[in-house]
Design a binder for this molecule. Sequence first.
Ligand SMILES: Nc1ncnc2c1ncn2[C@@H]1O[C@H](COP(=O)(O)OP(=O)(O)OP(=O)(O)O)[C@@H](O)[C@H]1O
Ligand SMILES: [Mg+2]
Length: 256
Amino acid sequence: MREDVSAAGRTALRTEDINLYYGPFHALQHIDFQVYRNSITSLIGPSGCGKSTLLRCFNRLNDLVEDVRIDGRISIDDAPLETIDIIDLRRRVGMVFQRPNPFPFSVYENMVYGLAIHGMRKKGRQEIVERCLQAVGLWEDLKDKMKQPALLLPDETKQRLCIARLLTIEPEIILLDEPCSALDPIATMRVEELMIELKKDYTILIVTHNMQQAARVSDYTGFMLLGELLEFGATEQVFTSPRHEKAEQYITGRFG
Ligand SMILES: Nc1ncnc2c1ncn2[C@@H]1O[C@H](COP(=O)(O)OP(=O)(O)OP(=O)(O)O)[C@@H](O)[C@H]1O
Ligand SMILES: [Mg+2]
């Protein structure tokens, strides 16, 4: 856990007074928070409180939902979100979902897909594939299986592959929406270790239902309830002396 909170000055992502409406439903209410560079921030809170909705604001995935309205300010690296080209944004802010979702292609094709979309020439791709699979601990395992269909891999491998696939296009921020919920406890632990390894080079924002996971991996934690971010701070503070009564009740398992 991060002790030196004061050194956390550099903000990768910031929201100021975000409100999001699904039609008439006010799903995110006055969200002010920030994600510090090279840290892991967890969002926790009961089902339906808006965690995924908030995460999807950061790569503009909510734009695809009909009848959504968002106001307030979001900035990535101090640049307003709306000034960032969408293709560039999706490269800079990558996302991993609950169910591992490799494309129905080979391992290799999964790994070069993003590179091709972003117009990287063929030369040099092999090296990137190797480096990114190394980064998620899959290279030894997969180096002779490049032509295998990715969908046939075990779940943990698939999820790691999805992370590796993101790394090829050099994101700055990685959004993970309950990335371990389809994994067994051992695989979960190994993916947690991977996250801690990755934060040296990336900024990570993770939604999790697993409070132990938030406590283990994250430097900062935000607690959401009914569309509000009720509590946000250093993980240790949020878990040991939450300011908000509801956060305390949730953390101690009294509801959720
Ligand atoms: N596309 C949508 N249209 C209308 N309402 C939506 C839509 N997506 C989510 N909601 C509603 O917005 C609220 C927040 O949903 P969201 O999925 O962000 O919650 P969550 O905290 O991620 O929940 P969970 O832990 O179950 O994944 C919920 O009340 C949900 O029903
Ligand atoms: Mg969700």
